[in-house]
Design a protein around this ligand. Structure first.
Ligand SMILES: [Zn+2]
Length: 328
């Protein structure tokens, strides 16, 4: 990175389905200001206007001029068209497309890039986190959905549209018993993500039969209303010793191991870090079966697999790293 005179700050944006976080960092990646708001979904233009307003707000708070900004990195869940800086049919928002980079670039007169949030997180880990300097690295998030970002031979994999690492849609069940949010069957995310894990549990409950299921603390805790089931219920019941829940957490863990093995076989990384609420709140329950079973499915040498140290900041660090690396 070359030093640009007068350009003191980078902006990182972590655009989630519900919350948007914007940070101001110095050019070494030290975060100096940050703000979080609910995403404004009143119109498809509202999000870029919100970003412009929040960046101006942070500059003012810092006593800095917008002209001192070097670049802006926006990290968002895909699918995205990286080249045009737009989200395409985003499942999180009720719009066909959302134009992000152009309005921000025009309003702030600063280079702006859009990047998949997990790809950004991989950059964040290799720039500021545990994977600093690691040449072959994958970041995986197990959260509402499952996603990944891969650095191979020191290069961030992007693909033709910037979606080159959709690991959550790797097939892990050739029978395709569960349908993914994307409409295809058998995808990793359809079984093991926070949003879809309840579908897995309900499917297994059907197979196991009500007579046995009724005796579980998980079923009792929900008063038999399985429509209310969420991933946290399952993990909590397992933690409290419910046998059926423990068995299902183990099964989901084995499916995760298949996902991690696919990642290992595809990218041959020397380290994988794991983030996302589901994983970080249940590190032992999620990662133990992965550590135990990944070698059953991986042909490549199994990498070090561990939770991210950046926690929920991995997204904004990734966005700052993208601003740092992908723009002048
Ligand atoms: Zn899918």
């Amino acid at each position: 990175m070359t030093n640009l005179p007068g350009k003191k700050y980078l902006v990182g944006v972590d655009l989630g389905g519900t919350w948007v976080r914007v940070v101001l960092s110095d050019c070494q990646g030290l975060i100096v200001e940050n703000v979080r708001e609910r995403v404004d979904v009143t119109s498809s233009e509202a999000i870029s206007l919100q970003l412009i307003r929040l960046v101006r707000f942070l500059c003012k708070k810092r006593g800095a001029d917008v002209a001192e900004l070097r670049s802006v990195g926006i990290a968002s869940a895909g699918p995205l068209d990286m080249e045009r800086g737009i989200l395409v049919n985003p499942p999180n928002f009720p719009f066909d497309s959302i134009i992000l980079t152009e309005p921000v670039r025009e309003a702030l007169r600063v280079p702006v890039c859009l990047i998949n949030d997990c790809a950004a997180a991989a950059l964040g880990e290799t720039t500021f986190g545990a994977a600093k300097g690691v040449e072959n690295f994958v970041y995986i998030t197990i959260s509402t959905g499952i996603g990944g970002g891969a650095i191979v031979n020191g290069t961030l994999l992007l693909g033709k549209d910037g979606n080159g690492h959709e690991v959550g849609h790797f097939v892990i069940d050739c029978e395709g018993r569960l349908t993914c949010g994307c409409g295809r069957k058998g995808h990793w995310e359809a079984y093991c993500s926070g949003r879809n894990m309840p579908n897995y549990v309900r499917m297994r409950f059907d197979e196991i039969g009500l007579r046995i299921v009724m005796r579980s603390a998980l079923y009792e805790g929900l008063h038999g209303d399985l429509s209310q089931l969420c991933a946290a219920d399952l993990f909590n019941a397992a933690r409290n010793g419910d046998k059926l829940s423990t068995m299902l957490v183990g099964e989901i863990g084995k499916l995760n191991a298949i996902g991690f093995a696919n990642v290992t076989n595809a990218y041959d990384p020397s380290m994988i870090t794991v983030g996302g609420t589901v994983a970080l709140k249940n590190i032992e329950a999620v990662l133990s079966p992965v550590w135990k079973h990944v070698s059953d499915y991986a042909i490549n040498r199994v990498p070090e697999i561990k939770p991210t140290q950046l926690g929920e900041n991995v997204g904004v660090y990734g966005a700052v790293a993208a601003a740092l690396k992908y723009l002048p």
